[in-house]
Design a protein around this ligand. Structure first.
Ligand SMILES: *[C@@H]1O[C@H](CO)[C@@H](O)[C@H](O)[C@H]1NC(C)=O
Ligand SMILES: *[C@@H]1O[C@H](CO)[C@@H](O)[C@H](O)[C@H]1NC(C)=O
Ligand SMILES: *[C@@H]1O[C@H](CO)[C@@H](O)[C@H](O)[C@H]1NC(C)=O
Length: 299
C-alpha cells in the first residue's frame, strides 16, 4: 500500500463526512410570548438530504418531553417535564416535519424549547434549533375608557379615565385627543394597582386625562371629538391594544365667526359665548353703518 492509496482513502472519507453532515433543521416555530391560559403549538421542519430519520426529540431547558422514532415501537413517546403537558393525540410527525400541542402551567412553562433531529446508523448525525418562549398573564381585553359622554360643548371641561386590563407584564397607557397626545398638565399621575394571582403579580394602570375643550385642537376637528387610549407592552408591539370613543361637539361656526349655542344651555361658558356673539354682531352693524356713511358722502 503506497501513500497515494492512503491519500485516496483520506479524501474519500472527507467527502463521505461532508455528505452525511448535510442533515439540518430548517425551521422551528415556538411562540415568543403566550398567555398561560392558552394551548400552544410547536413545530419543527428538517431536511434529511436522503438520510433516514432516526428520531425527533423535543426538549424544554434540556429536558426531553417528546420523542418521535419512526423505526421503533412505540413511535411516539412523551415524558413528564415540569411546566407543560403534551396534549393526548395532538401530535403529528413525519420525515420532514413534526408538530405537537401543549397545555401550559403558568410561569414555569417559560423556557428554551429545542427540536433535535437525528439520522440513522452508522453516523447518527444530529441537528437542532431552539427558541425561547415566555409564558405570561397577558391582557385579555382592550383598555376601558370611563366617564366619557357622547356629547360636549366647546369650552366645557372634560375628564376621562383609562384603565388597562390586568397583566403580569408592565403596561404603558397613552391618551390621544383627536389624534394628538395631551399637553403637559392635562394628565394625572398614573395609578398602579397590583394583585397576586395564578403565580403572577398582576398589574393594572389607570390614567386620567382632563382639559378644557378650547383651542385649535378642537376648532379644526369638525364636529367630532375622538378620545383614544392605547395600552402597550414593552418589547411586544404585537400585544398593543386600543379603545377609541367619540362624542359630538357643539361647534364653532366659521361663517359668522361666532359660537352656535344650543337652546337651553346656561353654563358660564355658554353665557360668555353668547355675550361675545352679541358684541360681534353689534360691531358688525357699526362697521356696516360707518361704511354706508362713507360711501354716501361724495354724492
Ligand atoms: C387546551 O386543550 C385541552 C385538551 O384538548 C382542552 O380541553 C382545553 O379546552 C384547551 N384550552 C384552550 C384554552 O384552548
Ligand atoms: C408531513 O406532515 C406535514 C403536516 O404536518 C405535511 O404537510 C407534509 O406533506 C408531510 N410530509 C410527508 C413527506 O409526508
Ligand atoms: C433564550 O434566552 C436566554 C436567556 O435570556 C438567552 O441567553 C438565549 O440566547 C436565548 N436563546 C434563543 C435561541 O433565543
Amino acid at each position: 500500500m503506497d501513500y497515494g492509496w492512503l491519500l485516496f482513502l483520506f479524501i474519500a472519507h472527507l467527502i463521505d463526512y461532508s455528505s452525511v453532515s448535510a442533515l439540518f433543521v430548517t425551521d422551528i416555530s415556538v411562540p415568543e410570548i403566550v398567555d398561560f391560559r392558552d394551548n400552544v403549538t410547536l413545530s419543527c421542519s428538517y431536511d434529511m438530504r436522503g438520510h433516514t430519520l432516526n428520531s425527533v426529540k423535543w426538549y424544554k431547558d434540556h429536558e426531553e418531553f417528546f420523542r418521535y422514532s419512526p423505526l421503533a415501537s412505540p413511535i411516539y413517546m412523551t415524558f413528564g417535564v415540569p411546566g407543560l403537558q403534551v396534549l393526548d393525540g395532538k401530535y403529528l410527525c413525519n420525515e420532514s416535519s413534526c408538530r405537537l400541542d401543549l397545555s401550559l402551567q403558568g410561569a414555569r412553562s417559560t423556557g428554551l424549547y429545542k427540536c433535535e433531529v437525528s439520522g440513522d446508523a452508522p453516523h447518527f448525525k444530529l441537528a437542532d434549533k431552539a427558541d425561547n418562549m415566555t409564558v405570561a398573564a397577558l391582557p385579555q381585553s382592550d383598555p376601558l375608557i370611563e366617564s366619557f359622554n357622547s356629547m360636549y360643548r366647546m369650552e366645557e371641561f372634560l375628564s376621562a379615565t383609562c384603565s388597562s386590563d390586568y397583566s403580569s407584564l408592565p403596561t404603558r397607557l397613552t391618551w390621544y385627543i383627536n389624534g394628538e397626545q395631551p399637553l403637559l398638565g392635562e394628565l394625572q399621575p398614573t395609578i398602579d394597582t397590583s394583585i397576586p394571582a395564578h403565580d403572577y403579580v398582576l398589574r393594572r394602570q389607570r390614567l386620567q386625562v382632563h382639559f378644557y375643550l378650547q383651542g385649535q385642537r378642537f376648532y379644526q376637528a369638525g364636529k367630532i371629538l375622538e378620545l383614544k387610549c392605547v395600552a402597550e407592552i414593552e418589547n411586544y408591539p404585537e400585544l398593543r391594544r386600543e379603545t377609541s370613543l367619540s362624542a359630538s361637539l357643539s361647534q364653532f361656526d366659521n361663517l359668522n365667526n361666532q359660537m352656535l349655542i344650543h337652546a337651553g344651555t346656561n353654563s358660564g361658558a355658554a353665557q360668555r359665548s353668547r355675550a361675545w356673539a352679541t358684541t360681534s354682531l353689534i360691531s358688525a352693524w357699526l362697521v356696516t353703518l360707518f361704511l354706508a356713511l362713507c360711501f354716501r358722502r361724495p354724492s
